[in-house]
Design a protein around this ligand. Sequence first.
Ligand SMILES: CC(C)(COP(=O)(O)OP(=O)(O)OC[C@H]1O[C@@H](n2cnc3c(N)ncnc32)[C@H](O)[C@@H]1OP(=O)(O)O)[C@@H](O)C(=O)NCCC(=O)NCCS
Length: 246
Amino acid sequence: MPMEPSVRWEEASPFPVLPEDQIQVWQAVLPQTEEEAGPFLPLLSPDEAERASRFLVSRPRAAFAGARGTLRLLLSRYLEIPPQELRFCYSAQGKPFLEDNALCFNLSHSQGLALYAFSRRGPLGIDVEHLRPKVASAQIARRFFAPQEVAALDLIEPDRHTEAFFTCWTRKEAYLKARGEGLSLGLDSFAVSLGEPAALVHSDQGTDECRRWRLCALHPQPGYVGALCAPAGDWGLRCFMSPSYR
Ligand SMILES: CC(C)(COP(=O)(O)OP(=O)(O)OC[C@H]1O[C@@H](n2cnc3c(N)ncnc32)[C@H](O)[C@@H]1OP(=O)(O)O)[C@@H](O)C(=O)NCCC(=O)NCCS
């Protein structure tokens, strides 16, 4: 079982190089208003701008524009391509990727915070969730989690319950997102650990599947939990704070 790396969030100055044997994660605070989102709008492709315009409420619209704009800014630094010139393709299940480029990435956003993961080898999945006690109910756990995850959650003391619930949620999502299949893979067909180390502990596809993937817990900000999933291997993790526009 791989040990949990101790994750320190670094200031990203100068912009880091991305070695083959490293995964780099970034966190960014997202814009909340039209005014704050303004600088990101010229970076978006027509389809992204159209998607942004479909949000009826300004805060999620600003967050979406900021999340995609920040993705473009980070990719443009890694690839030395202007952010507006990046062309995304989408898998049948909606996972974005760069055609003709081996740089892999994934992103997630929740309540004003985004996480991004980048690697030069292999697929990635990342998830962040704001801790919301009202969502962390036993009923929702039974609906989304595998029986052994529900049983593990039942053993957690009440004051740690919400964090354990979203720890489970983000690990499941990160694994799903790394595989890229979305919810087409049954949520009860695999199980993750709720404690340390983060791990895929059961898969209906067998123990090889558990050995094939590595999960890492991420703690970007108080009130949020996150998880990263990538193929198991000898890679290191570095985490960076994206410069804030505020
Ligand atoms: C779409 C899905 C991949 C993630 O959705 P989400 O948790 O609502 O959103 P996140 O913020 O974590 O991730 C969204 C990003 O993932 C990426 N993404 C979309 N489809 C993806 C896929 N099939 N695989 C990997 N990444 C995907 C996109 O970049 C998207 O960003 P965008 O909004 O800029 O397009 C999918 O897993 C889903 O529908 N989840 C629903 C939530 C749920 O029921 N979870 C059960 C948890 S136990």
